[in-house]
Design a protein around this ligand. Structure first.
Ligand code: ADP
Length: 237
């Protein structure tokens, strides 16, 4: 694990990686990278590298989970053991279960579930390289992979975090900012509807900081939405 930096923001107002406080990390999205999945996406957000694969709608197993009225959306977030500095123990852990749950709840509301009763739509997110913000990177990739699979949706879900370091709000935390910062607030939203589907908070923000931070995160999500849309348009044109 890296050491805590003395300062997160220098005299010029720039962060450890040279970004402005309200600047996202470079974002790269590739659609349809896996042959056997119904939909897939490879996404890089700064040093994060994630792959999302979507299978379905398909017959659900075990059968007793079947819902006669709508499809069941399942989401599995997994961090590869080589994705972090010190080897992560493979397999599910508490954090993975939590991230899978909140990510499913962030994405689920946009899927038109009633179209496919008695089936499941399974979303798998594999984190190949982690540098903070992997749940947001995963949600962005999963949303594109769902669209690539042709799943009918109300809109794309876009996600990014805002946080606080050196008493200053910063968009899209990198690892040092996440590990040693004062707050971390990931959000997800349906950008075209201004509807928030995920809001978590670690640390402390004042009321004013919360309001300003939320605005920053929303504007970050809207920028991500444009990149997601462009990646899909480019892939299908
Ligand atoms: P997120 O990746 O969504 O920001 P967290 O805030 O829980 O989720 O984690 C922040 C970062 O901490 C991760 O992106 C990763 O770089 C690091 N991290 C998380 N879990 C582990 C782990 N088991 N071992 C090493 N580093 C980890």
């Amino acid at each position: 694990m890296s050491d805590m930096p003395e300062k997160f923001i220098n005299e010029e107002g720039l962060r450890l990686d040279g970004r402005q406080v309200n600047e996202l990390r470079p974002l790269k999205i590739e659609v349809g990278v896996l042959k056997r999945a119904d939909g897939s996406c490879y996404l890089e957000l700064g040093q994060n590298k994630v792959v999302a694969a979507v299978y379905g709608p398909r017959e659900i197993h075990p059968r007793h989970l079947q819902n006669a009225m709508e499809t069941v959306v399942r989401y599995r977030y997994n961090m590869a053991s080589f994705s972090v500095d010190e080897r992560k123990r493979p397999g599910p852990d508490r954090r993975g279960v939590e991230v899978s749950k909140v990510s499913r709840e962030a994405i689920g509301p946009v899927v038109l579930k009633e179209y496919y009763p008695r089936s499941s739509i399974d979303i798998f997110v594999e984190v190949l390289q982690a540098d903070a913000g992997t749940r947001t990177a995963g949600i962005n990739a999963a949303s594109v992979a769902l669209a690539d699979a042709g799943i009918p949706m109300k809109g794309l879900v876009s996600s990014c975090a805002v946080g606080k370091v050196d008493d200053t709000l910063v968009l899209d935390l990198m690892k040092e900012e996440d590990n040693y910062g004062q707050a971390d607030m990931p959000i997800a939203m349906v950008a075209k509807e201004d509807k928030i589907t995920l809001l978590q908070m670690d640390g402390h923000l004042t009321n004013d900081e919360f309001k300003k931070g939320l605005e920053m995160a929303i504007s970050g999500c809207k920028k991500i939405y444009e990149v997601q849309k462009k990646a899909l348009i480019d892939a299908y044109s």
